[in-house]
Design a protein around this ligand. Structure first.
Ligand SMILES: Nc1nc2c(ncn2[C@@H]2O[C@H](COP(=O)(O)OP(=O)(O)O)[C@@H](O)[C@H]2O)c(=O)[nH]1
Ligand SMILES: [Mg+2]
Length: 167
């Protein structure tokens, strides 16, 4: 999703993101060193915006990926945010992307980040149960089971989550 924290996450991983054209920024391959000593190799790529125009590239992006990371702003999701400029309904927009990922993911691992958890006015466990309740009848509800609630502006929290995911 747009402004959910994709670039923030990529930078915490260690990508050196260079500005390009059309809202697309490029980065070279790099490695992330896990606390265990293991290294994760991240291939060069593009940091594209979450704007709807990129939705038609989702299939291609998913096919090329080894692991799929999806970022949504949980505060906007739970509060049913409507964008004042384009009128997009956050939930609907988010759900249609989840559906698309679910359709094309094959056997790939999908990791879903519920970002901006620090903006919630309720506890994480209440937020989680509200979220699961909203999603319980979705075709992709199983894909959401391991959802990670996170504050991506907290670098040590993010690094610890990365270590958990890849160990
Ligand atoms: N409070 C808070 N801010 C966040 C979080 N994740 C990202 N942000 C902020 O949200 C804005 C958009 O993040 P960015 O990484 O550029 O989103 P992108 O459009 O998905 O690449 C930036 O100002 C980030 O600092 C979070 O978990 N909590
Ligand atoms: Mg970005």
């Amino acid at each position: 999703m747009r402004v959910a924290g994709k670039t923030t996450f990529l930078k915490t991983l260690g990508a050196k993101v260079l500005p390009g054209s059309n809202n697309i920024e490029e980065y070279d391959s790099f490695t992330f060193n896990l606390d265990s000593g293991k290294k994760i190799y991240i291939g060069a790529g593009k940091d594209i915006g979450g704007h709807t125009t990129y939705i038609n590239q989702y299939t291609k992006i998913i096919e090329k990926a080894d692991v799929i990371f999806y970022f949504l702003d949980i505060e906007k999701y739970l509060n049913n945010y409507i964008d004042p400029i384009d009128g997009l309904h956050y939930r609907r927009d988010c759900n249609s992307r989840l559906d698309l990922i679910n359709i094309h993911k094959d056997s790939k691992k999908v990791i879903i980040f519920a970002t901006h958890k620090d903006k919630l006015m309720i506890t994480e466990s209440i937020a989680k149960s509200k979220f699961f309740d909203l999603m319980k009848d979705k075709k992709y509800s199983e894909m959401l089971e391991g959802i990670i609630f996170i504050n991506l502006t907290n670098i040590s929290e993010t690094k610890s989550v990365i270590n958990k995911i890849f160990n």
